[in-house]
Ligand binder design. Structure first.
Ligand code: ARG
Length: 216
């Protein structure tokens, strides 16, 4: 009877589950990335030398090493210090730590893109440094930061495929399972690539639409 099962009936659930984990990994990764990224952006913008240095070193190191290596380092590094995280938690952490470096640059450049005259005007009106940041700079910086964070989410959906190497059952991992079970390597890849494309294309379009509405 199992012979009559269609390809979809036999392997469909692998792709569905993999897609779910891919999305979950991207959401958690970008949430961690945005939180830590904001922190590192503030370090980079700090006028205190040592804070600035820590921010710079983190961003340069993470952007200058492959995500593949970082994923293995987080997975085995946490084990080495006695933390036994699930593959998903270790993977989300690796994705988040990686994304944080890119998000830090997004936020730093967003803040720096606001004209210096805005700061000068706010300060000469008597606003404190903190109030200038919160009331004048950030509301304007958000206009460039939000769309870039949307693009970061799309990047992380694709980059998440690397996280399959530590055994997280995301789309690329499940694609490997189907390749093995079906003794046929190409078709699963075609399906995976179509799923990735549908995800990234729809999300990019939705973000573009939201961005145009926000601009009004
Ligand atoms: N392709 C890069 C690497 O392997 C990953 C960088 C993309 N990450 C990101 N969060 N935008 O190192």
């Amino acid at each position: 009877a199992s012979k009559d099962k269609s390809y979809w009936q036999k392997y469909g659930h692998y792709f569905v589950e993999g897609t779910g984990i891919t999305l979950a990994l991207a959401v958690v990764g970008v949430l961690i990335g945005t939180t830590l990224g904001t922190f590192f952006a503030l370090l980079k913008l700090s006028s205190v030398f040592i804070l600035k240095a820590i921010g710079n070193i983190y961003v340069e190191y993470v952007r200058g090493t492959p995500l593949l290596v970082q994923a293995f380092m987080v997975f085995f590094g946490t084990q080495a210090i006695g933390l036994h995280l699930s593959a998903f938690v270790a993977g989300s952490l690796a994705m988040g730590l990686n994304s944080a470096a890119y998000v830090a640059e997004i936020i730093r450049s967003g803040i720096e893109s606001v004209d210096k005259g805005q700061t000068e005007a706010a300060r000469s009106l008597g606003l404190s440094h903190a109030k200038t940041m919160r009331l004048v700079i950030l509301p304007q910086a958000v206009r460039t930061i939000l769309p870039a964070l949307g693009n970061e989410f799309v990047s992380v959906i694709k980059e998440g495929s690397v996280i399959s190497v530590i055994g997280v059952g995301e789309l690329m991992y499940e694609t490997g399972v189907v390749q093995g079970a079906s003794f046929e390597p190409f078709m699963p890849l075609v399906i995976a690539s179509l799923i990735y494309f549908v995800l990234t294309f729809t999300i990019s379009r939705a973000l573009g639409y939201a961005e145009r509405r926000m601009a009004r």
